[in-house]
Design a protein around this ligand. Structure first.
Ligand SMILES: *Cc1c(COP(=O)(O)O)cnc(C)c1O
Length: 455
């Protein structure tokens, strides 16, 4: 990494208002020790101005790059949502993409305007669909033939005409730094274009008086850095818009290209620049539309990770350490923290990589090969598989892991009956709880002892 033995603060992976100042890490003007003392650990610390800045940046970038064809930025709630965060999103004037009744409930609890909510999901329940129709969401993104029937029926029962988009699979698998274009799709989401299912879905929707087809949606994956995958998806979607125009003699007004924009997790990495990627996407969509002599539709996007991921840092307390001699003769130091796979499953689930820093003091001790593990009864309970950390890190020290805002708290579990961590917002030296820490009473609250009965 090319750094000396002093704590290596890599600003590119920490939230905007973070610094290593004096003797310790400072997040939004609050030092790590005070945050840990006040709120306990593990703790998710979200940089409020940074979150708002990123949400605004995606909005402005969409408007600047697509100009008159800018649709809406829908923040993907599944990355992380709370009532207060939904209010921040609302204040920015952007939309919200929810994919369950639970996420919708959070939005409604925040008085989030339904006309800026999109409902997603590959297996929405009738209750979820009915609720979305009743509150008047902007659009339902329909994922299957069953759902065409369900949404049509429930909208008719409610006496409404529901605006829908069709979720299409464009035959692209996007991964970090690479993508694979295939003719056939082996995923649970959406209607495949190649098989003809997508066109059949168009015809089915057209036959339902209670549905109004507004356009097509595609979400090709996550943590993507290049435009190639988006470009292929856009060209296939635009081709279908043209087919629609040819058949029905009118043009569908909307295209939603989903989320998936990549962020920096490790020192030296760079998050996708909103304006840069959206300018390229705009160019692709416009030239594909020109090819088919179509007017450019309103283009929407759904960034989740790219807005919330970089804004949040997890603070852990170190509980134990041990040194292990490996078969190759080298040593590895295990550092166990007070959380783990219950607050960050991404390392175990996707082999995701993270960075960490000693947060509560300066050390000049030698950097040695270390593995940060959690407290769960599972060998795969690893936060960081391999990292160089100071050899004197010991119980009571604080470790900070940056870029944990997306799919951290939102994927948290109660494995081993561990209460899920709190989320604290920091801004200008002030801190406030957004989500309180669970208690053992919360965990026990679901246990019921009741006499058996006939059913
Ligand atoms: C997950 C998801 C997103 C957000 O993905 P990010 O990688 O967090 O940007 C957007 N749209 C849909 C449909 C999704 O499933």
């Amino acid at each position: 990494m090319g750094h000396n033995n002093h704590n290596f603060f890599a600003p590119e992976v920490f939230s905007m208002n973070s610094e290593f100042e004096g003797l310790e890490l400072n997040l939004g003007g609050c030092n790590a020790t005070s945050l840990a003392r006040e709120f306990g650990t593990p703790l998710f610390v979200i940089d409020e101005p940074d979150f708002k800045f990123r949400a605004q940046a995606w909005k402005e970038a969409l408007e600047e790059s697509f100009e008159g064809s800018a649709g809406m930025v829908f923040y993907a709630a599944k990355a992380f949502i709370s009532v207060e965060v939904a209010k921040w999103i609302n204040d920015c004037g952007i939309g919200l993409d929810v994919c369950t009744g639970g996420e919708l409930a959070v939005a409604l609890a925040a008085n989030f305007p339904a006309e800026r909510i999109e409902l997603h999901g590959n297996n929405k329940s009738e209750a979820e669909i009915s609720k979305a129709i009743a509150v008047g969401v902007r659009a339902i993104v329909v994922d299957s033939f069953y759902e065409i029937e369900r949404v049509a029926r429930l909208a008719a029962e409610a006496g409404k005409i529901q605006k829908v988009l069709l979720r299409l699979t464009a035959g692209i698998e996007a991964h970090t730094h690479e993508f694979i274009a295939t003719a056939h799709e082996d995923v649970k989401f959406g209607f495949s274009i190649a098989s003809g299912a997508a066109w059949k879905a168009v015809e089915e929707v057209q036959q339902r008086a209670s549905l109004r087809l507004a356009g097509f949606h595609s979400h090709i994956g996550s943590q993507i850095f290049s435009t190639e995958g988006f470009a292929i998806a856009a060209s296939r979607l635009v081709a279908l818009l043209a087919k629609y125009r040819d058949h029905f003699n009118s043009e569908l007004p909307e295209l939603d290209l989903g989320g998936g924009y990549g962020i920096a997790y490790l020192p030296g990495e760079t998050s996708v620049d909103p304006l840069e990627i959206l300018r390229e996407l705009s160019h692709v969509v416009r030239s594909e539309c020109a090819k088919h002599q179509l007017a450019c539709p309103l283009v929407s996007i759904e960034p989740g990770r790219a807005i919330v991921g970089p804004t949040t840092t997890t603070i852990y307390s170190v509980g134990t350490t041990k040194n292990v001699q490996l078969d190759n003769g080298k040593n590895r130091r295990y550092i166990a923290v007070d959380g783990g796979m219950s607050d960050n499953i991404r390392t175990a689930l996707y082999q995701a990589e993270y960075f960490a820093i000693l947060a509560n003091r300066v050390s000049t001790d030698d950097l040695i090969s270390s593995r940060i593990v959690g407290k769960h009864c599972e060998s795969g309970d690893i936060v960081i598989r391999e990292i160089e950390l100071h050899g004197d890190i010991s119980p009571g020290d604080l470790l900070a892991v940056p870029a944990t805002g997306a799919y951290g708290r939102s994927m948290a579990s109660n494995y081993n009956h561990v209460p899920r961590p709190a989320v604290v917002a920091v801004k200008n030296g002030k801190a406030r709880l957004l989500v309180r820490r669970e208690t053992e009473a919360d965990l026990l609250a679901l246990d019921v002892v009741e006499p058996e009965r006939s059913i």
